[in-house]
Write a protein that binds this ligand. Sequence first.
Ligand SMILES: *Cc1c(COP(=O)(O)O)cnc(C)c1O
Length: 399
Amino acid sequence: MSRERLPQDRPLRDATRLIHEGEARSGFGEMSEALYLTSGYAYDTMEAAEARFDGRDPGYIYSRFSNPSVTTFEKRMIALEGAEAARAAASGMAAVTASLLCMLKAGDHVVSAKALFGSCRYVVEDLLPRFGVPSTLVDGADLDQWRAAVRPQTRAFFLESPTNPTLEVYDIEAIAKIAHDAGALLIVDNVFATPILQKPLKLGADVVVYSATKHIDGQGRTLGGIVLGSEKYVMDHLHTFMRQTGPSLSPFNAWTLAKGLETLPLRIERMQDSAGKIADFLAGHPKVTTLTYCGRPDHPQADLVKRQMTGGGTLVAFVVDGGKEEAFRFGNALQVVKISNNLGDAKSILTHPATTTHQRLSPDDRAAVGITDATLRLSVGLEHVDDLIDDVERALKAV
Ligand SMILES: *Cc1c(COP(=O)(O)O)cnc(C)c1O
């Protein structure tokens, strides 16, 4: 097997590393990464097996622990994120759950922003307390609430920024400082920002998690996730948890995701460009009462966006004039944009959070995170932007 031969004397840009990082060619010298679809590994001798297990030989042992195709994906993500170490997971939720459970025990306490992806909210609000880890949910934009929620037992802070679906932005640097003063780690779910547009570790976060199902795959093919952080966090907590409990990423999905990373910068650039144009179109439309896009100067936290993101992203949130009926009429009139709950796909996707991703929340809880019956989330894909604007314009006539 031949390893990558990248220049060591100068830093390479993300776009280059995402194509070449973690190459591990087999004896055939194939150009495209080999797919190591194997559960186990054979040893030449009994002594070789012993050396693998006692750690003298760092090679592969079993694909629940590690696999060359998974390693390629992890190496590309480590390079992109500027992390020391990472472990890939079977889905975004496997990654989120592992990032918390691996380091918590009964008696610990977690503080989390309340505006979370529905399943993340379940983990923090329902699952952790069942195992003796109470959580306090705060308004993530209010730094005083983070400070006030801290207890002597607080071990972790958790947040997403921008939030789903209302695209609120939280001050990662300031919240990391509050977490560190409390002796806690800050875990950031960076799905909405993407690893291209926001680098939470550079802003002071300790751990970053992704659903790779979204922009990283970017073509709606596989589930996947990853947790990235310091060597210490991974070796003290995550490594053993992942290895022993088994939420491992399949080699096939890892291969798909590693290939997805090769085109990620290009895709994000195009999707973001289109999202900005669609947001500008919606902002001036009489049937749209609220428009939120992180890349617009009228975003409520435009200054913060400028400080911690390098672009406005690929998602647009808006409220149509009316209620559920008008929102449904808009969605049903779309022809190019598909109705789904995924995001970050090459195909543009419309979601009605109140009846799908956030259906589990009570109407009061939804209101508390800014979701109304007329709130819609648009994940902008790779179609021609003019076709998307035509589609949205036509559908707004139905409202
Ligand atoms: C989709 C998503 C997840 C969960 O990821 P899966 O791959 O679907 O398990 C977690 N957080 C955010 C912000 C997401 O968008």
